[in-house]
Design a protein around this ligand. Sequence first.
Ligand code: FAD
Length: 411
Amino acid sequence: MVDRYDVAVAGAGPAGAQCARDLATRDYDVVVLETESEDEFPRQSNKSTAGTFPSMMSSFGIPDDVVMSYTDDVVLESPNEYYESYQPGAVLEFAEFKRFLVEDGRDNGAEYRFDARVSRPILDDDGVIEGVRYNGDEEVYADVVIDATGPAAPLASALDVVDLERENQAIGIEYEMEGVEMNHPEYADLRRAMMLRLDHNIAPGGYSWIFATGEDTAKVGLCYIQNDRHREFAEAGKTVDGYLDDWVSRDPRFADAEQIDEKVHRGSAHIQRPGQMHTDRFIAIGDTVPSIDPLWGEGIHKGMKSARAAAATVDRCLTDSERRIDAESLAVYETLWHRDVAPRAESRLALTELLYLAPNERYDRLMRDLQKTDDDILAKANRGEKAGMARLLHLDDVPLLAKYARERFGV
Ligand SMILES: Cc1cc2nc3c(=O)[nH]c(=O)nc-3n(C[C@H](O)[C@H](O)[C@H](O)COP(=O)(O)OP(=O)(O)OC[C@H]3O[C@@H](n4cnc5c(N)ncnc54)[C@H](O)[C@@H]3O)c2cc1C
């Protein structure tokens, strides 16, 4: 007997599981294939700090049970300055959040197969995908196939839909810690905050973070892309683990802190310009695209929005009396992605590249500027609006901009 569904989704991350939730709610026959075993799920894929905002929680009906802590502020730190901004948020228990998405999808009729490692597409005589092969020779057929395997991307790569480039791969690691001095006199009060720190001495060409999960507990981590920028500031031979250990041993906030039950989360994501995201009968979502926000690494909300855009696209195409699922019909996904998931993705990526190229002193100045700037300018810059970005630049940034232009355009 051939297994046949309306939609087959590879990967039960936030993107895949949300897509299945949306499709099952609309009564489509959907199956999700997840490589990990159900008993331990999620184990290796329990990678995320999972800081998010109320807009995500309310748009996707996420219950309070999966929240570790609520925060009031976002704090940006540079080596010698900091800037606080009121912005309520939530740090999720990522594993519980993933399990909630699976259970809720199942309650709505989605089928899950764990221990199901997707390896490649099944193609028809015209080279169009009509199903997937998993665990060697097992097969599932579907009208539409969705790759939501994050950076693994076995289907999107085989179909030449996305090319996740190694030089754009950001790697990250974090510890869950207790005994952290969250209100140290030399630093901002982090007791109810998500803090991101720009400092090449800690995370060369990237950033580090402390996200409060309790009075003296926090998720503490860092990430960077191993590109030229990283190498410019990096110490030879030092690994991402080494950088985190070094920060933890030097920063006075961790003087009496310890790792909780050896809890370590690690993973990667690609930070690159958006390209193609679909073809005949196929859509890529979440970190497979990749949808992650280049500036601050917010991937959960972006991935779930891309999942919703994909589900809406599939719904539209399968509602059509002819069930048209060719590339042209599915192209509405890319329109929705650029409109709703990551508007101005190009400018935000340019801002990110410029930001991580800047030296430490420039970060201190950025914090001083932000302290004097109204939140509206920051919000505009953050959205990638040129007017907001220009307000944060100075005349003596010309060499920095020239360096950026040389790297980006070779001029
Ligand atoms: C250290 C770190 C910290 C982060 N912090 C934050 C944060 O604070 N806030 C935020 O919003 N984002 C954060 N992110 C980013 C966020 O976690 C990701 O963007 C998000 O998880 C992407 O979701 P996804 O569903 O696209 O992919 P993934 O989460 O990668 O899920 C992919 C799923 O597919 C499965 N899979 C993989 N290969 C296969 C295969 N061949 N067959 C079947 N299944 C497969 C995996 O097991 C996994 O369950 C962080 C990421 C890292 C690494």
